[in-house]
Each structure stands twice: as C-alpha cells, then as structure tokens.
Design a binder for this molecule. Structure first.
Ligand code: KG4
Ligand code: ZN
Length: 340
C-alpha cells in the first residue's frame, strides 16, 4: 500500500524535451514539457545543443511542475528520472540533477527506463483512459524508437520486434526533409496525406524478419523517386505533394499494421497499446480502429500528452517502483543503451 500523500517528481531528459511532472496515486498533478525549438533549424536533434538546452531548462521546468502541482519540494517522497536509453549528454543532465536533488532532500531515487515508461503511461489515471489488462502487446512508435513489446506485468516486458535501423518517426521526418518540409515533418506529411490519393505511388516495404522493422531503405527509395521525377519535371513535388504524402503514409501505416498482425498471430494476444509521438498519426489511428472492428482487437491509445516524450510517464513508473521499494543508489549512472 502506498501512503496517501505520496508525491513523486518525474524528470525526463533523454532527447530534446526537458520535462518534469508530479504524480500522486496514479493521478498526474502537473506535466510540464519544454520542447527545444533550436533543432528545427538543423532538420534534426543536435546532441550537444540538446544537453546545453537541458541545462538551461531543467531548473525552471522542475520549479514550474512543483508550482502547478501546488506542493513544496519538501513534500516529495521520491525522485524518478530517465536513466536511459537516449542521448548520453542529455541523460547526464537529468541524472545528475535528480541525484543531487534526492541527496539534498534525503529522499529515495528511482531510475526509470524510458521505453518502459512509454508503455506504462497507459496506467496513468486520466479521464477517458482505461488501463490495458495483462498480457498485452505494446507498439512504441516515435522519432527515437520502434518496438513491439509483450507486456506480462509492470516489470515483465519482452521486446519481440524492433527496428534494425531508423525509427518510424525518422522515416517520416527524413522523407519530409527530402520533400522540402520543415522539421519535424511527420505531422505535415499526415496533414497533406489527408487530401491525397494513397494508391497513386508505390513505395517498397522493406523485408526483414516478421516482427522486426527497417526504414532506411524506404528513405533511400523516396530520395531516388523524388530525384528521378524532379529531373523530368521541376514542379513534381508541388504538383503531387498530397499524393506523395498519402502514398508514403499508406506504405508506412500498412507496414506497421503488417507487423502488429504478425505479433498478434504469434502471441495470440489481441490487446494492443500504442505509444510514442507517431501514434498521433491519423492513418495509424484509422487502421487500428478498423482492426478493432475487423479482428476484434482491443486498442489503447493514451492521451496525446502522455504519448510524446513527457515526465508524467517517468513519474508513473517511479510510483510503481516506489511501491516495490525498487530504489536506485546514489552511484547510479546514465545508460544511453539501457535495455528493457
Ligand atoms: O515521441 P516523440 O515526441 O519524440 C521522440 O522521438 O521520442 O515523437 C516525435 C516523432 C517525430 O518523428 C514526429 O515527426 C512524429 O513523432 N509525429 C508524427 C505525427 N506527429 C508526430 N508522425 C506522423 N504523423 C503525425 N501526425
Ligand atoms: Zn520517447
């Protein structure tokens, strides 16, 4: 049993979002995210700039999270932080800040795996959000990850499929860049796709083992396709933008769904929980809705603020670990390649 006044501060700094949140018995009291705009000019995350921005943001973000939760830092029961996986310099900022704060307040420290947090975000108590039952399959799709995980309990997670190269969000963003769209291009591809013909152009679906993903070939295929057509017609992109985006999205969504169907078939589990920024995509949402109707799957998509990188999910895992007394000691270090 957890004490009623258990307040856990979660801190996330694995990539380009500096985030802090406070949880109390599964309910999120504050969820603050400072998204680093600086990377837009470079068309992707620049690690050194990310760690510098984390250093600037972390104190005000934590301050704001405590203020919005209306609690004082002395009321905190523990600090949960993202230990990995992620960018080393970025993780180090959150890790050292959390260690110092926990030490200063003399409260326990909880180290959290970012991928586990994306999955356990489904257990945050929020309106319109129903937690999945065990076992379920989790598909985590974002700019940094693409994984299918079999979740048997909070702490028994097995990766059964993953990308062998780029993440799906990167496939969206890099294709968008080739089309001349600003970073991050995923939401723009989604927007233009809604006015286009998904069957106009055919892009290849890379062949790898049934539950794994590969996206680097798709990016190259898009590049050659655009170069060839622009050589023949310099206005090719402008004249066909909606159809290119719709066809590309159709290919990516079809590929994700093929893999999920393979996972459902292999495990016999029909409950599917989605997480990560790409779960905002209208194409994947529609396809999942159809799968519920057609195959009887139960699909869970968390509120969007818990899908993209955030600290609420870190606080959620922190609370679950706190109940089990799974504390980290003060010698804990960041782990850029941390496994589930
Ligand atoms: O989870 P997230 O905020 O950060 C990490 O990468 O961890 O995910 C960001 C990714 C970006 O690649 C972005 O382009 C993609 O999610 N994204 C989308 C959409 N919204 C965000 N991709 C396709 N369609 C969308 N609607
Ligand atoms: Zn993430």
């Amino acid at each position: 049993m957890i004490e009623k006044n258990c307040y856990i501060l979660g801190i996330e700094s694995s990539c380009d979002d500096t985030a802090a949140a406070v949880i109390n018995n599964g309910v999120i009291l504050s969820n603050v995210v400072a998204t680093q705009k600086i990377h837009e000019a470079y068309g992707g995350v620049v690690p050194e700039l990310a760690s510098r921005a984390h250093q600037q943001n972390i104190v005000p973000v934590v301050h704001q999270a405590l203020q919005q939760a209306n609690i004082d830092k002395k009321q905190l029961s523990a600090i949960a932080f993202t230990r990995g996986p992620g960018l080393m310099g970025s993780l180090l900022v959150g890790t050292s800040f959390s260690k110092s704060l926990a030490f200063g307040l003399d409260i326990p420290l909880l180290d959290v795996n970012h991928m586990q947090a994306h999955i356990l975000a489904h257990f945050i108590k929020a309106e319109g959000q129903k937690a999945p039952n065990f076992p379920f399959l989790a598909l985590t799709i974002s700019g940094g990850h693409t994984q299918i995980v079999r979740v048997s309990s909070y702490f028994d997670l097995e990766v059964i499929g993953q990308t062998i190269d780029d993440a799906v969000g990167e496939a969206f963003d890099k294709s968008a860049k080739i089309l001349g769209l600003p970073y991050p291009g995923g939401p723009l591809i989604d927007k233009y796709a809604q006015q286009g013909n998904p069957k106009k152009f055919i892009f290849p679906k890379p062949k790898v083992s049934p539950l794994d993903f590969s996206f680097s070939g798709l990016k190259t295929a898009v590049l050659y396709f655009i170069q060839k057509n622009v050589a023949e017609n310099p206005n090719f992109i402008e004249e066909n933008l909606a159809d290119i985006c719709a066809s590309l999205q159709h290919t990516i969504v079809g590929y994700l769904m093929d893999k999920l169907k393979n996972a459902v078939k292999q495990t016999g589990i029909t409950q599917v929980a989605i997480g990560g920024g790409v779960s905002a995509n209208s194409g994947i949402r529609k396809a999942l809705g159809e799968a519920e109707q057609k195959y009887g799957w139960r699909v869970h998509i968390p509120k969007f603020e818990f899908c993209t990188d955030n600290a609420a999910m870190i606080a959620m895992v922190g609370e679950l670990k706190y109940k089990q007394k799974h504390f980290a000691d003060n010698t804990v270090t960041a782990n850029a390649r941390m496994k589930l």
